[in-house]
Design a protein around this ligand. Structure first.
Ligand code: MN
Length: 502
């Protein structure tokens, strides 16, 4: 939860007709702001040296600081500060060279300190933006309000014992970046596009692994509805939504619930709600605490965080290419379609893979293989690019074998299937299986001569109906086990059958 700013007085985003939901009292517009908690990619926690690795045995990664033993003092992990600044740069955001850690006080069994160390009125990163690529080819700019660093809490375990609840503090003290958007999002689709782009940016710069099913990214979704042009309505916050699909479903369900309440003459209570993926509905969790309930104050154990402009400049200079820049480069350098470029850059590993395949080759062939055969194979095998049995180098070599005429497209697909199974180079597979395409015109000619001599009826037919040449091509392919180069076959056939006429 972020500190609540004053409600925005100005709203410059015009309602787009495709985003409106029609109701009995007219059209409704949904207004969404997202607070995304992204786990900082770092070896150790925000204020202790304990490890952060996912999936460790309960309470095996807990220092005395994380367990809030009396007298323990937090020590800032500099890498987490650098990661937050890198992320801020990736969001084209204001970097605040002075920021302050504050205590956010509340009681919960998974929070041994009795407060979370977070940032309140002086976050490390201020306003920035994320540009969405919309399905219609347009873009939408979503404002970033702020990014602050804070500690994660532990995890209560209620299913270990009939009478007791346990707590696992492995996550306690892990660094989170809370990235708060402005209420600029106007549909479930835009929210999904926003989280997708945000995740691509974080992954590209390496500040969060973006694995939502491991909890590395989760979103609190603020939803309200209004008639277009009206002031913002009362919002509800849906906590801890942990997949991009569920974010979309939660927004649709919550917007419709609010519309139904309002159209029945009711009012919206400001609430914290939960989305239940099984029912597809949101339900009330608790009424929303006000920000002052947390009694924020600067953490007396920590000095303000300050750093020089030189530190920021150094991180900026070393920042990897951002997804939007990469997309623009792939479109201009590789002449990819906007769609292809977007799909590739949405996942850094896929884009990296593509660039290795495309290097020194026709990018269009490379993109067809990566987004066609390769991606279909991954879907079939239920794996990601990181587990690809076919290396980018080998896929590139396969494309070369098609380009130089060694393999037909048909044979290349067969070789590719073998590559998927055993990860060998295409050259080795071609060699072993004798799959080389026959382009030697002498060999093909003598096969064709035999076919023409043995089938006078078909020869007469093809003269009346040139389309019947397909039958001859089929015969040649059968006799060569599909290995004859189709271009050479067609050329010789046309010549021979014409000659036969003379
Ligand atoms: Mn938070």
């Amino acid at each position: 939860m972020s500190p609540e700013g004053a409600p925005q007085m100005q709203d410059t985003i015009a309602a787009r007709p495709e985003n409106l939901i029609s109701g009995a009292t007219g059209d409704w517009e949904v207004v969404v702001g997202l607070e995304v908690h992204a786990q900082v990619a770092s070896c150790s926690k925000l204020f202790s040296g304990a490890a952060t690795e996912f999936g460790a045995a309960p309470n095996s990664q807990v220092s005395l600081v994380d367990a809030a033993m009396p007298g323990m003092l937090p020590v800032v992990n500099h890498e987490c500060i650098a990661q937050a600044v890198r992320t801020g740069l990736g969001l084209k955001a204001q970097i605040n060279r002075t920021s302050v850690f504050a205590r956010k006080n509340y009681f919960y069994p998974d929070l041994p300190q009795g407060y979370q160390i977070s940032q309140f009125d002086q976050p490390i990163v201020g306003e920035g933006e994320v540009i969405l690529d919309l399905a219609d080819g347009g873009t939408a700019t979503i404002g970033i309000e702020r990014l602050h660093l804070e500690q994660d809490a532990g995890k209560s375990l209620h299913d270990q014992h009939p009478d007791y609840s346990f707590v696992d503090l492995n996550r306690s003290g892990v660094a989170l970046m809370e990235i708060v958007s402005k209420p600029d999002i106007r549909s479930a689709e835009q929210a999904r596009a926003y989280v997708t782009k945000l995740r691509a940016i974080l992954r590209a710069i390496g500040t969060c692994d973006g694995n939502m099913d491991e909890g590395s990214m989760r979103a609190d979704v603020n939803v309200s509805v209004r008639h277009p042009g009206a002031p913002y309505g009362t919002r509800c916050e849906i906590k801890n939504v942990n997949s991009i699909r569920f974010i979309g479903e939660a927004i649709r369900a919550e917007a419709q619930r609010q519309i139904d309440v309002l159209e029945d003459g009711g009012t919206i209570q400001q609430q914290t709600r939960l989305f239940d993926p099984d029912t597809g509905e949101t339900r009330a969790m608790r009424s929303k605490e006000e920000a002052h309930d947390y009694r924020y104050f600067p953490c007396p154990d920590l000095l303000p965080i300050t750093f020089s402009q030189a530190f920021v400049d150094e991180l900026a200079a070393a920042l990897p290419e951002l997804p939007d820049d990469r997309k623009a480069r792939l479109i201009s350098e590789c002449k990819l379609s906007r769609y292809d470029a977007e799909v590739l850059v949405a996942d850094k590993e896929t884009a990296d893979y593509f660039e290795v395949v495309a290097k020194g080759r026709d990018p269009k062939l490379a993109v067809n293989w990566v987004m066609g055969e390769l991606s279909a194979a991954f879907n079939r095998m239920d794996i990601g690019i990181a587990d690809s049995p076919v290396s980018a180098e080998h896929l590139g070599e396969l494309i070369d074998l098609v380009s130089d005429g060694t393999l037909s497209n048909r044979l290349a697909k067969d070789v590719f299937e073998v590559m998927l199974k055993d990860g060998r180079s295409p050259a080795a597979i071609v060699e072993e299986q004798g799959l080389k395409q026959v382009s030697d015109s002498g060999a093909i000619e003598s096969i064709i001569d035999d076919i023409i001599a043995g089938n006078p009826k078909q020869v007469a037919q093809v003269k009346a109906k040139p389309k019947a040449i397909g039958w001859f091509v089929g015969q040649v392919m059968q006799k060569t086990g599909g290995k004859a180069n189709p271009a050479v076959v067609n050329e010789i056939l046309a010549k021979k059958l014409d000659l036969g006429e003379g």
